[in-house]
Design a protein around this ligand. Structure first.
Ligand code: ADP
Ligand code: MG
Length: 268
């Protein structure tokens, strides 16, 4: 649906980019073998909001993000990013992978990890200039890691590494941020630092999608939820879609009834 808005100064209305879904997925099926990891999933991420992707282990949450990024090839389905094919919009997406999937065997300084976020601006043969270094430093400041710029990434704690990966995503200056379990196994200070950065991105009008495992903080942190267990269970505002019923449908026997009751109490 297109809404035409008359403007006071009589100029033709500009098509509103904000109205386009930052990530729109239709009929997505991904399979690594015989059994699909993601089956026939539709998704419409709301612009300028924070959305949590929630589901049990092995539900296809990471696979959904990887398909959205073109990292895994779907069996079927269409993916649009801000109303255009993914290939044309890659520069507008920043991704923070699940930390466990990264292995730092080779020595790399923190500042270099963040500079990797700038490679599209640098080009393959581009020289790192002072402006790039300043920008990387600024991103480290935003996550409270400025003092660690010269340290080796492998020597940092899990929480500190997670903040550095977020700084790298910030350096990309994207419009859509996809994060895979950024709070898993991090300390309380890091969790707070990360959520504050994500909220500031939202305040700037950016869209944030987070695979999230802690059901207790969903209501505090997020506007919308996307519940998945291979197939989509529910999608929409936390108020209406994050309920005892939808959680039971998502987790089935894997979430003890007592947990569901506890959550239901917290939900009202
Ligand atoms: P989640 O992130 O929700 O825990 P994943 O998307 O990682 O789930 O995985 C969904 C399913 O796909 C699981 O059954 C998992 O074992 C399987 N899977 C994920 N990645 C691969 C892979 N690279 N090769 C084979 N199977 C995979
Ligand atoms: Mg995962």
């Amino acid at each position: 649906m297109t809404i035409e808005l008359a403007t006071l100064d009589g100029k033709a209305p500009q098509p509103s980019r904000a109205m386009e879904s930052p990530l729109s997925i239709r009929g997505l099926t991904v399979s690594y073998g015989q059994k699909p990891a993601v089956f026939s999933v539709d998704m419409a991420v709301e612009a300028g909001k924070m959305t949590a992707i929630i589901g049990p282990n092995g539900a296809g949450k990471s696979t959904l993000l990887k398909a959205a990024l073109g990292i895994v090839k779907p069996l079927s389905g269409q993916i649009q990013v801000f109303g255009a094919p993914l290939e044309r919009q890659r520069a507008r997406i920043a991704y923070v992978p699940q930390r466990a999937s990264i292995d730092w065997d080779f020595p790399t300084r923190v500042i270099d990890v963040v500079l990797m976020g700038l490679y599209r601006q640098l080009g393959l043969l581009g020289r790192v200039r002072n402006t790039h270094r300043l920008r990387a430093k600024h991103c480290l400041e935003r996550v409270g890691m400025a003092d660690f710029a010269e340290r080796q990434i492998g020597q940092l704690s899990g929480g500190q590494q997670q903040r550095v990966f977020l700084a790298r995503a910030l350096a990309q200056d994207a419009d859509l941020y996809l994060l895979d379990e950024p709070f898993a196994g991090v300390d309380a200070a890091t969790e707070k630092a990360i959520i504050n950065v994500l909220k500031s991105l939202r305040a700037e009008g950016k869209t944030v999608v987070v695979v999230h495992h802690d059901l207790a903080t969903v209501r505090d942190y997020f506007d919308n939820v996307f519940l998945i267990n291979t197939s989509k269970v529910a999608e929409g505002p936390v108020d209406t879609c994050f309920t005892a019923e939808t959680l039971q449908a998502t987790y089935g026997g894997r979430l003890a009834t007592a947990q569901v009751d506890q959550l239901a109490a917290a939900l009202v």
